[in-house]
Design a protein around this ligand. Structure first.
Ligand SMILES: [Zn+2]
Ligand SMILES: [Zn+2]
Length: 501
């Protein structure tokens, strides 16, 4: 490994790493050369297409099966058969592809494993990473877990000695990663009253100078115009008179719309103070684009988002433009973005759930990774009061350090994945009877039941990680007893539920 102290000239001569799909294709090539098959699972169709294209470049003439959910059953079945018959040795697909019967599997790959689209929404809720880890064990294959962020679950595989970390030397990371700035409130306060704005003066400066060199990415938390509005006087959130859903504004000058039932709230008045005007409680991508368009009238503004009227834009060229996108919908820029502004950072980090900080960091890395390296002037500015720990991890470009710390904290607090938890939810009677039939064992802890939504209750079972399989087995037995006795009601059982706390 090279020495970590380099001067700027040497750093700029470090070659830019290949894009991640090319790296996966290289690993696939090596596996095929050894005579074994490859299975690659990705969160989105777009990522599947990128990897299929990289495989075509690296392995011309090698047939590749593409298994994605929206291809329809007939097409998927044909692809599945070709894999089963051994006609195709490389499979690339979304979540369900994790079960593809690749003959003589040598390598399984999952990229961006923190994306919740890799979680199976139906019981027994296996995550793609778990399915592939299990297959790698059973079929004696290698498993490659990749991403710009490292999940706490992947870190657990490392700390158990099951997986080895693969990281670029610090010099390469430093040259390839953009410079990241996360100005604190104190830093911004020196700018005067404008510092409190969603886009404060230093951020306008970053955007203005970067637009001379190429496109600028602006990541916003939400799609739409003003996705949440409040009373302009007392700041009470504005709600629908019919269903109490939150009101939003789709365009300037129109009546607000209920986000739940779709009714228009014409002539809205605040039930608390009687005031009739609204203010923005959240600002969406199209309003942000409008503001940026006014500030930079000489460059085009592009909006990309999965929800909302714009749709996802796949790529942009190197010409100066402003690209406003929601997390996960960022177009790639042919030569990298000259800069990125990440707004609304607290929208994710201020959520109470266990996964909030890790998910925020994953979203920020997803945008920051599209920006040119520091040696090429690439700059990222993180704004909107992020929680300090994930913000520092982005500034230092240290996903592994963050994952290590996060896993350490969860071990201390006995949270998954450091322990196994199972959540049991259903009617009070059904949950009670399941708990009665459950054969308890040493080290198993019961929390609750407590009231959940819609008159249901929820109980949590917690056990040391090594007893996870035992807990699953005894829960299955208890369920079998309930169904054999035809006891009424159903209980939803979920292992390591992602929505804890
Ligand atoms: Zn009011
Ligand atoms: Zn409504």
């Amino acid at each position: 490994m090279r020495d970590t102290s380099v001067d700027a000239r040497e750093a700029s001569s470090v070659p830019r790493p290949a894009p991640w799909p090319a790296t996966i294709a290289e690993a696939a090539q090596a596996t095929l050369a050894s005579g074994r098959g490859v299975l690659i699972v990705l969160p989105t169709n777009r990522q599947v297409d990128d990897v299929v294209a990289a495989l075509k470049d690296a392995l011309p003439g090698e047939p590749v099966a593409r298994l994605v959910a929206d291809d329809g059953p007939a097409r998927r079945y044909r692809a599945f058969l070709r894999v089963l018959l051994g006609d195709v040795r490389v499979v690339v697909g979304t979540r369900a592809a994790a079960f593809a019967p690749v003959a003589n599997l040598g390598l399984a790959v999952v990229f961006d494993d923190g994306d919740d689209r890799l979680e199976e929404p139906r019981a027994p809720y296996p995550h793609t990473r778990q399915v592939l880890a299990l297959r790698a064990d059973l079929e004696e294959a290698a498993l490659l877990v990749g991403g710009f962020a490292r999940t706490v679950e992947a870190q657990l595989l490392v700390e158990q000695g099951w997986a080895h970390p693969v990281q670029a030397p610090r010099t390469v990371v430093r040259a390839a990663a953009p410079r990241v700035l996360a100005p604190s409130d104190v830093d911004l306060a020196r700018e005067g009253p404008a510092a409190a704005a969603r886009i404060p003066p230093p951020a306008w400066e970053v955007a203005r100078s970067a637009l001379e060199r190429g496109p600028v990415l602006v990541q916003v938390a939400r799609a739409g115009y003003l996705p949440v509005v409040a009373c302009a006087r007392c700041r009470e959130p504005a709600r629908c008179a019919a269903c109490h859903g939150p009101l939003r504004l789709d365009r300037p000058g129109v009546a607000p719309t209920c986000s739940w039932c779709g009714r228009h709230a014409t002539n809205w008045h605040c039930p608390t103070c009687g005031h009739g005007a609204l203010r923005a409680a959240r600002v969406g991508s199209s309003r942000t684009a409008e503001e940026l368009g006014r500030a930079f009238p000489s460059v085009p503004v592009v909006v990309s988002g999965a929800s909302g009227s714009h749709g996802v834009v796949e790529t942009v060229d190197d010409r100066p433009r402003v690209v406003v996108a929601t997390p996960g919908a960022e177009p790639t820029a042919a030569g990298g973005y000259a800069a990125a502004l990440i707004l609304d950072a607290a929208a994710t980090t201020s959520r109470p759930e266990l996964w909030a900080s890790a998910e925020a960091l994953r979203r920020w890395f997803g945008a920051a990774a599209l920006v040119r390296g520091a040696a090429d002037g690439g700059t990222v500015m993180l704004l909107g009061r992020p929680a300090p720990i994930p913000a520092q991890a982005l500034v230092r470009w240290d996903p592994a350090g963050f994952a290590t710390r996060e896993l350490g904290e969860r071990s201390e607090l006995a949270f998954p994945p450091a322990v196994r938890m199972a959540s049991l939810q259903g009617s009070p009677r059904a949950v009670r009877s399941l708990l009665d039939h459950l054969d308890r064992f040493e080290g198993l802890e019961l929390l609750g039941p407590v009231e959940a939504e819609d008159g249901e209750v929820r109980a949590l079972l917690r056990t040391p990680r090594r007893s996870g399989a035992e807990l699953a087995r005894r829960l299955a037995q208890a369920s079998a007893v309930r169904s054999a006795r035809k006891e009424e009601g159903s209980v939803r059982i979920q292992v390591d539920p992602p929505d804890l706390w």
